[in-house]
Design a protein around this ligand. Structure first.
Ligand code: NAD
Length: 515
């Protein structure tokens, strides 16, 4: 079993630890240790102590925003393929440190080794994507109505970007933002979750090591501010940050969006989901079963794309439920460093309490627990907050089912007609991910078409979680409407400039206006 001590050297973290204290901020490559309050860090696996973390002060935030603004003035003029070369070098270092980074993610977030390695792989993948993108930041040339005129648009660097991230993807979400922002010519200030601060330090160390060998890159390109909502709010309220990209709960998104809107800034929101899968009578149940179990119980139910609602046709509901219960019974729960374990701990005791309250509410609202839901912390040698993933049958989509409880609870609902299933799937405030399991072409098209799923992600014969980086990631309604990662998400990190160029000797006005 790995410990934090074994990771300090391969991740280059040893210099930043003073005694047992970790810095509140990394700004221009320097660690800051302000005389602020510090919080004890511990692993959700077994409560092993990871030292004390200082919280960034107001002056650290000010300093970071100033450094990011100065670095932006320089970085925006570096040709974007050269900016891509920095990201290519970052990817080389991430590949070298993949195992150590994954182990740290497991220690801090509790996710199993394979999923942690997958998260680092997302960073590598988005680097590769961003390197290619660095030669493709193209705008359009549009036919002008005026003689000897050219009408065109360019995409130009936007400015320093504030990134606020959640605990459950402690590196991938930042990497999606930061790697694209870097090739787009922006600088990045990161406020990670207070529950996963060391992963943020290790990730920023990778970038700083790449910058050290790359004279075109100013050292203020990236910074980290450790802390809670108040630091996030400081970033959200600062006019010098034209874009705030925030990932987390709907509650956080509302607070951030309001602060950013008050100064007419731009926010990119990636908020909670309440994801459903529909299983139709024609579905390949072997395939569906695997997608459902990974989606619902993987990451101990702590993905924004976790499958939370299963809407099953009444003709196959009993058979599928039996198979699902058997599959759940085979899941090994425990220390995520054990390669046989598939379900690790919840992030903390608060999450366990929230799960128990949700289960009690579900029963009070007519539900029936078919499997799991128990607190099994006592049976696991480790000592964190461990639960048995729950399956709960519901008569209706009651209030608790419409909420996102960030824990492994799968609510089962039955349907008779596909229209009814799609209506149930859409009748929640969130709109992140969705799936249908079917071999019927008409059902598939109905689900992904204009009257189908209202989510940002609508999959067919693939579960709700585990997106690839090549597609745009994000969701509608309370999920916030943002899109990150692949496709043309990069446009959020740039400003569009429309240019009219008159290369003639007259000055014809548009729309034939005479003046
Ligand atoms: P959270 O909302 O508690 O915290 C997320 C981040 O926001 C943290 O860095 C936190 O310090 C900061 N924050 C909290 N309140 C803030 C405020 N008022 N102003 C500014 N910053 C604030 O979320 P969490 O518990 O870390 O993560 C779980 C949630 O994140 C779930 O709802 C999950 O669905 C969501 N999530 C969404 C996505 C997505 O891409 N849609 C990805 C991962 C997680």
């Amino acid at each position: 079993m790995h410990t934090l001590e074994q990771l300090l050297a391969p991740l280059g973290l040893a210099d930043w630890r003073h005694g047992d204290t970790w810095p509140a901020a990394i700004i221009s490559g320097q660690a800051h240790y302000p005389p602020t309050q510090s919080n004890a860090l511990s692993s959700p696996i077994d409560q092993a102590g990871h030292g004390m973390l200082l919280t960034a002060s107001q002056s650290d935030s000010e300093h970071a925003i100033h450094a990011a603004s100065q670095a932006f003035a320089q970085w925006r003029c570096v040709p974007s393929p050269l900016r891509g070369e920095l990201v290519r070098r970052i990817a080389v270092l991430v590949r070298e440190r993949k195992q150590a980074l994954a182990t740290l993610i497991t220690l801090e977030s509790g996710k199993i080794g394979s999923e942690a390695a997958g998260e680092v792989q997302e960073w590598i993948d988005i680097c590769d994507f961003a390197v290619g993108l660095s030669r493709q930041l193209y705008g359009q040339t549009i036919a002008s109505e005026r003689p000897s005129h050219r009408l065109m648009e360019q995409w130009l660097p936007l400015g320093p970007v504030g990134v606020i991230s959640a605990f459950n993807f402690p590196v991938a979400v930042w990497a999606w933002n930061a790697m694209l922002a870097l090739v787009c010519g922006d600088t990045v200030i990161w406020k990670p979750s207070a529950q996963t601060p060391l992963t943020a330090l290790a990730a920023s160390r990778v970038v700083l090591d790449a910058i050290a060998d790359f004279p075109a890159a100013p050292v203020g390109l990236i910074s980290v501010l450790q802390g809670d909502a108040d630091i996030g709010q400081q970033l959200a309220g600062d006019r010098r940050l034209p874009l705030i990209s925030a990932t987390g709960s709907v509650r956080m998104g509302r607070a951030v969006a309001q602060t950013v809107a008050a100064r007419l800034g731009r926010s990119l929101l990636e908020l909670g989901g309440n994801n459903a899968a529909i299983v139709t009578p024609s579905a390949d149940l072997d395939l569906a079963l695997r997608g459902i179990v990974f989606g619902a119980a993987g990451t101990c139910g702590q993905r924004c794309t976790t499958l939370r609602r299963l809407i099953v046709h009444e003709s196959i509901a009993d058979a599928l439920t039996t198979r699902l219960i058997n599959a759940y019974a085979s899941l090994k729960i425990g220390d995520p460093r054990d390669p046989a374990v598939l379900v690790g701990p919840l992030i903390n005791q608060r999450a366990l309490t929230a799960m128990q309250h949700a289960l009690a509410s579900a029963v009070a609202q007519g539900g029936h627990t078919l499997y799991g839901g128990e607190n099994v912390s006592e049976q696991v040698p480790a000592g964190g907050s461990y639960v048995r993933p729950a399956i709960v049958s519901m008569l209706a989509q009651s209030a608790i089912v419409r909420e996102e409880t960030f824990a492994p609870i799968l609510y089962l609902l039955r349907y008779s007609h596909l229209d009814e299933a799609i209506a149930l799937q859409n009748a929640v405030p969130q709109g992140l991910s969705s799936a249908i399991f079917t071999t019927d072409l008409r059902e598939m098209e109905a689900f992904i078409g204009p009257a189908g799923s209202d989510c940002g992600i609508a999959n067919v014969n693939a579960g709700t979680s585990g997106a690839e980086i090549g597609g745009a990631f994000g969701g509608e309604k309370d999920t916030g409407g943002g899109r990150e990662s692949g496709s043309d998400s990069w446009k959020a990190y740039m400003r569009r400039s429309t240019n009219t160029i008159n290369y003639g000797s007259g000055l014809p006005l548009a729309q034939g206006v005479q003046f």
